[in-house]
Design a protein around this ligand. Structure first.
Ligand SMILES: [Zn+2]
Length: 320
């Protein structure tokens, strides 16, 4: 038992060009923080195995998987004459020679965490993965995301883990449109989230699917306002749903020092949110939580926020 920390070197090798905010430095900052705080010694570091294309089919169409794979194969040929070339999916979402493998290892990490938590080998887990996943829809890669790591693992827990009810909590500053697209109207799932509005990706489904409680909040929403919304909406929804396992789309770009969004959260808010989720998990889910990195683009703020999040998961909080 204990808290797993899933990381693999493939995550660092995926790159979308110089100056792109979704870069390997993000993970380096997290790893350095885990080391310098000694937190590493409190965590279990399992080996990550890559996912299979069969795994991807849990949440994506064969057409989408083939499209990404074909881009990868074509890029490999191009790279013979054009070193450093990228395959462009949209203005924000590029592939390099290592992206395909990074994607398979990212999904593999979340599936590995899911299996270990379901088997009772770990109480909970944090997956420090790249690329992120929550914007990836069933048929569409977008917003730095290719495959939806969390949605694939949710489907796995339902199809192969013997679970009947699984919840997703998404606290990234952006709307988790991909997860919403894949899980919409599946009564075995509940998704709660918040997101800055109006803001990228402008893809909220209308009418709102019944199992989705993604709450739009204005730029500069105060942390107190966010906590109040969580107490009034997320927590009652989660309590009455009684999830048997909780997945977290853990984006940290709602931090006040992260210029990607205009929310004002601090590390203490991430600790508080994690405590609320952990409370629900301890009452209904046997403590089972798998948390997966999404956004977070200020490396220092990201590293400190991930530390706060993991400290709560691992019962290693600083005494106050
Ligand atoms: Zn984000």
């Amino acid at each position: 038992m204990g808290t797993g920390f899933f990381f693999d070197e493939h995550f660092r090798l995926h790159d979308m060009g110089e100056g792109h905010p979704e870069c390997g430095v993000r993970l380096e900052a997290i790893l350095e923080r885990i080391l310098e705080t000694g937190l590493e010694h409190a965590l279990v570091r399992p080996i990550v195995h890559p996912a299979t294309e069969q795994d991807l089919l849990l949440a994506h169409s064969a057409k989408h998987i083939e499209y990404i794979k074909a881009l990868h194969e074509a890029l490999k040929l191009r790279l013979l004459n054009e070193p450093g070339a990228f395959a462009h999916i949209d203005p924000d979402t590029w592939m390099n020679a290592n992206t395909w493998d990074a994607c398979l290892y990212a999904v593999g990490a979340v599936l590995g965490a899911t299996r270990a938590v379901l088997a009772g080998e770990l109480t909970n887990a944090f997956c420090a993965v790249r690329p992120p996943g929550h914007h990836a829809e069933r048929d569409t890669a977008m917003g730095f995301c290719f495959f939806n790591n969390v949605a694939i693992a949710v489907k796995y827990a339902l199809e192969f883990g013997g679970l009947k009810r699984v919840a997703v909590v998404d606290f990234d500053v952006h709307h988790g449109n991909g997860t919403e697209d894949i899980l919409a109207n599946d009564p075995r799932t509940l998704m709660v989230g918040f997101y800055q509005h109006p803001f990228y990706p402008y893809k909220q489904k209308i009418p709102t699917p019944l199992n989705m409680k993604n709450i739009a909040l204005p730029a500069y929403a105060k942390p107190e306002q966010i906590r109040e919304m969580i107490q009034e909406i997320w927590l009652p929804e989660l309590e009455s749903f009684e999830p048997e396992m909780i997945f977290i789309s853990a984006g940290f770009d709602a931090h006040r020092d992260d210029d990607m969004g205009q929310f004002l959260l601090r590390e203490s808010d991430y600790a508080w949110i994690t405590r609320q989720i952990k409370g629900v998990a301890s009452r209904h889910s046997n403590g089972r939580i798998v948390s997966c990195l999404e956004g977070g683009y200020n490396p220092r703020a990201l590293a400190l926020s991930v530390e706060s999040h993991i400290r709560v998961l691992a019962d290693m909080e600083h005494p106050f």
